[in-house]
Design a protein around this ligand. Structure first.
Ligand SMILES: [Zn+2]
Ligand SMILES: [Zn+2]
Length: 330
């Protein structure tokens, strides 16, 4: 388990491409899982990093909407635009989908090269650091837009990682009545309370199901969102919804999990898998921050240079430090 800092040749912008000097890039849970190898979604030899903001240093011919020195945030997923899913607007599950820092070199670097269409303008009032949170916020917005979150619903979020915490902000904006979040980390639960969770449950001390039944007159929650990705958390998300409830799965930690199928079938629970976001959802994330509808800067808990990033990532992977969002500032 190691990340290495290497000297690479400087990227050159070809036609329709841009080179961006990275100013802030988030270390994602998926990068940490890549480091431990548990998900199998990261391969050695690739530059990771997909939550990036920066400033344009070079443009190839054919990029007309931007100029050098523009502040930008990078939309990190390539899609083909012509497969069945793309034609239905579901570009997040494009059959040819390719992700920055997974399939092509990412932003854990001084410079990153991307197609010009992946650039989004970073409004002046949004700092580069907060700009690096646009990507995870887009994940949360995609989730919040795909669950039936009606006014005054009880929404349970399993896992107070960056995504789980950002879903609190989305659920609040969408009109949830009671937002419950569960985790094992007192630190993360404290952050959750600070940004708007009504009830923060430490699963080592309380049964999430008992808490939810207590606040819903014994019925169960309307919606649960799983943002961790293990058997116990997937099962928890299913168990806390009422019959007819809806469960969304975003977590991705281990491919195979075990759940009680009867809890799903006999109670007609709907489970949906959710991945990433569309360009429209990414733009909503920028707008939500720009207009102060969502305040995300409290989630940034560490800032390191490129040299300090590998040891920090290893610490995060080992679980020896508990940080919500760590940023690399190249
Ligand atoms: Zn991410
Ligand atoms: Zn496609």
């Amino acid at each position: 388990m190691q990340l290495e800092l290497v000297q690479a040749s400087e990227p050159v912008a070809q036609a329709s491409e841009a080179v961006v000097a990275v100013r802030a890039v988030g270390i994602c849970g998926s990068d940490i899982h890549g480091l431990t190898g548990i998900t199998g979604r990261r391969k050695p030899g690739m530059v990771w990093g997909h939550e990036a903001s920066g400033i344009i240093t070079a443009l190839g011919p054919g990029v007309s909407d931007f100029k050098v020195d523009d502040r930008v945030v990078i939309f990190p997923n390539r899609y083909c635009g012509s497969c069945t899913n793309c034609r239905q607007g579901r570009t997040n599950i494009c059959l040819q989908r390719q992700a920055l820092g997974v399939n092509f070199p990412g932003a854990f670097a001084d410079l990153v090269k991307v197609p010009g269409w992946m650039l989004r303008r970073l409004p002046d009032q949004i700092s580069y650091e907060v700009g690096a949170l646009v990507e995870p916020l887009a994940v949360a917005i995609h989730a919040a837009d795909h669950i039936p979150n009606r006014l005054m619903d009880t929404v349970v979020i399993v896992g107070a990682g960056t995504i789980g915490l950002l879903i609190i902000l989305c659920a609040r904006l969408a009109g949830a009545g009671t937002v419950v979040i569960t985790d094992k980390s007192e630190h993360r639960l404290a952050v959750a309370r600070e940004i708007g969770a009504d009830v923060a449950v430490n699963v080592d001390e309380q049964s999430p199901l008992d808490v939810v039944l207590d606040i819903t007159n014994g019925e169960g929650a309307d919606v649960a969102i799983e943002a961790v990705g293990y058997s116990a958390t997937a099962q928890q998300a299913i168990s806390v919804v009422r019959p007819g409830g809806h469960v969304a799965w975003l977590g991705n930690s281990t491919p195979l999990i075990e759940i009680n199928m009867q809890d799903v079938v006999l109670r007609e629970v709907t489970i949906s898998g959710l991945l990433c976001y569309t360009t429209a959802e990414f733009d909503k994330a920028i707008a939500a921050i720009e207009t102060s509808k969502m305040k995300v800067d409290t989630l940034i808990e560490a800032r390191v240079g490129l040299e300090e990033a590998p040891p920090l990532a290893v610490e995060l992977a080992k679980g020896t430090c508990d940080l919500v969002k760590a940023l690399i500032l190249p």
